[in-house]
Design a protein around this ligand. Structure first.
Ligand code: SF4
Length: 449
């Protein structure tokens, strides 16, 4: 029965691939020749951001069983929500597919509204997170690769477990929900101290053991502990390069990377933790930052910005406008908030990084955590989707709290995927005023607009 379902999914994914390409006005043949050319460039010649793009593209093609250089090759496909850890998925030989990333992708292609309208016409609430709503619309259009298993975590994104329930019913595939306790940092530093945190980690680690057994049961894939240890080692090595790059770039007196592009690594939520290629991606990123630091240059006098949450993925001029006037020197989504993980205890290692996500902790605590690493005088620009219960709802209180640490904050009420309410001129006025404030309030008093 298991094998029959997996085989049926493979067949369906071929049809869904055709449908997905037709959705963009492309044929399989035209896309194949484009992809062959795009993927023929040697990996070593690529920049870090291109390597990242290459890895994600290849994984995407594998999810549909349509990699032009690997005909006939297919992986069991694990749908995951944005914050579900991926080391176990790699260790078991599955291919991750992140619904919210797909939503960002259709937004970049200028096709998100079609998915959003499909969802809205079928009863999904207009004020639902547009990442989730676009993914639901894509399911209804049947352009996603059928899942073999559906994995969702409860933290941060309120609607993702509901979306998984919908997906499970639509594709008749079982789902696993990882329950992540709220506020692990507070547990670590609050009344119960370290033992409370350890308890939270144990709780999640036990569920991850159960998740591996669940994946085995529904896909037949087996977990070899050695492979999981290797995946955690990969994450450790990649994390070290990420942290070194962040440190060098952020504490420099001039921009060493293009902040608007760098935030696309989105390290806190990406699906590549555990993959060997990630080590090379973050090593290359570090080397590029190091090379930029070696070039002699005057210190920048422009306002420094730390970005919070993600960016709008549809065509727009917001980030270009800001970068013409300020330096985006870091992004919270790339913050490496965890220490080296214990690869010898891999389930607990993955659980530890999962529960310690600082965004999933009470507001006062998370602001205090970020304030430990953000330089006073830097401005925070948060691009919060209006439909995001977690981030947008807290925006005003966060702004007040960050200001008590000498960190001015601007919350842009936006949407990452849905451009229907985009009004750049309104946002522009607020950005101008904020950058002006940063210039006058700069602790060094040297930054000019
Ligand atoms: S906007 Fe909020 S709910 Fe939606 S994917 Fe981002 S964090 Fe999750």
């Amino acid at each position: 029965m298991k094998t029959v379902m997996l085989e049926e999914n493979k067949r369906l994914r071929k049809e869904q691939w055709r449908r997905f390409l037709a959705f963009q006005g492309l044929s399989v043949e035209a896309y194949d020749s484009y992809a062959k050319k795009a993927l023929s460039r040697p990996w070593e010649e690529l920049k870090a951001s291109q390597k990242r793009g290459r890895l994600l593209s290849e994984q995407f093609l594998h999810c549909y069983g349509s990699h032009p250089y690997h005909e006939g090759k297919s992986y069991p496909v694990a749908w995951r929500s944005l914050f579900m850890p991926t080391e176990i998925i790699y260790a078991m030989g599955l291919m991750p597919f992140t619904l919210e990333m797909f939503a960002a992708q259709v937004s970049m292609m200028g096709r998100a509204v079609k998915c959003l309208e499909e969802a809205e016409e079928n009863g999904f609430a207009p004020d639902l997170c547009s990442f989730v709503k676009a993914a639901a619309g894509a399911m209804l259009l049947d352009i996603l690769p059928s899942p073999d298993v559906i994995l969702t975590s409860t933290h941060l994104c309120d609607p993702s477990a509901k979306l998984a329930e919908f997906a499970s019913a639509k594709y008749n595939r079982p789902e696993f929900v990882l329950d992540v306790p709220y506020g692990a940092w507070s547990r670590q530093e609050g009344e119960g101290g370290a033992s409370d945190l350890e308890e939270a980690i144990d709780y999640v680690a036990e569920q991850l053991v159960g998740m591996a057994a669940f994946i085995s049961e529904v896909t037949g894939a087996k977990l070899e502990l050695e492979k999981l240890i290797e995946a955690v080692r990969n994450s450790n090595e990649a994390g070290r390069w990420l942290a070194r790059g962040n440190e060098l770039a952020y504490y420099s007196d001039r921009p060493l990377l293009r902040g608007s592009k760098d935030m696309d690594h989105a390290a806190n939520l990406m699906q590549t933790w555990g993959a060997r290629e990630l080590v090379d991606i973050f090593r290359s990123r570090y080397q590029e930052i190091e090379a930029a630091a070696a070039v002699e240059c005057e210190p920048s006098t422009r306002p420094r910005i730390v970005w919070a949450h993600l960016r709008p993925y549809y065509r727009n001029s917001l980030l270009d406008y800001i970068e013409e006037r300020a330096d985006i020197v870091g992004s919270i989504v790339n913050y490496c908030y965890w220490d080296e993980l214990d690869a010898g205890d891999p389930f607990r290692a993955v659980a530890r990084r999962t529960v310690l996500n600082p965004a999933y902790t009470p507001l006062e605590q998370r602001v205090e955590l970020y304030a430990r690493v953000i330089r006073p005088g830097d401005g925070i620009i948060a691009f919060y989707p209006k439909s995001c219960r977690h981030f947008h709802c807290a925006g005003r209180m966060e702004t007040e709290k960050f200001r008590t640490y000498g960190l001015p904050m601007l919350v842009i009420d936006g949407d990452c995927v849905d451009d229907r309410g985009d009004d750049f001129m309104v946002v522009k006025t607020r950005i101008d005023r904020f950058l002006k404030e940063l210039c006058t309030a700069s602790p060094e008093g040297v930054r000019k607009s």
